[in-house]
Design a protein around this ligand. Structure first.
Ligand code: F6R
Ligand code: MN
Length: 187
């Protein structure tokens, strides 16, 4: 019998580029992030169509029990003093966790439970982040290069952005050329 060796999808570890699979892509731009950054006026002064982050994911089954795989590329930059970051979300199915793996660049993963208690994990090439259920998560790029992270999450998890309408309880800004963490006023 002649075996058939299936060519699986691939991730280029150094860049996070996915290939060999049907892929879905989504770009999130300055115009999509109204109300997310503390300095809304500074956001409005930036080019609407500037991409803050791209997500590329494998178009795999959405069925119960299946997993999604995707890579986020968060570009370096700031709005006012606040570093570029993802919108951030809880999962619709709150009990569903996720794993992030840092691939390149340097930044932070902001994690926050339903009581509003937040913590920050360093993200770098090789970092592994176990995001438990009931925990909102947001990537923040504090470096000068693209921050890329691979994620694997349950297909049924879904995204709940509305639950964070008042924002996370911490903000990460640049002050005196260093990374500073502040309590959010609205968090
Ligand atoms: C999936 C997941 C990531 C994010 C991506 C963009 O559950 O956590 O793939 O979706 O980093 O962030 P958001 O979805 O917050 O815009
Ligand atoms: Mn998630």
């Amino acid at each position: 019998m002649n075996p058939i060796f299936i060519q699986p999808p691939q991730v280029a570890w150094a860049s996070g580029a996915l290939s060999e699979g049907p892929l879905l892509r989504k770009s999130t731009r300055i115009q999509d992030l109204a109300g997310i950054f503390v300095d809304e006026q500074a956001r409005q002064k930036m080019p609407d169509d500037l991409i803050v982050y791209d997500v590329e994911m494998l178009a795999t089954s959405p069925a119960e029990g299946e997993l999604y795989t995707g890579v986020t590329h968060l570009y370096p930059g700031k709005i006012g003093h606040e570093y570029f970051m993802t919108r951030g979300h809880f999962h619709n199915r709150r009990e569903q966790g996720e794993v992030y793996f840092g691939l390149r660049g340097s930044g932070l993963l902001l994690l926050q439970n339903e009581q509003g208690e937040a913590r920050l994990e360093r993200v770098f090439a090789g970092s592994v982040h176990i995001i438990p259920g009931f925990t909102a998560h947001r990537l923040i790029n504090t470096g000068d290069d693209v921050l890329s992270a691979l994620a694997v999450w349950p297909a049924v998890a879904g995204h709940d952005y509305a639950a964070l309408a008042n924002g996370f309880s911490l903000r990460v800004i640049e002050e005196n050329q260093s990374v500073q963490v502040k309590e959010a006023k609205n968090g």
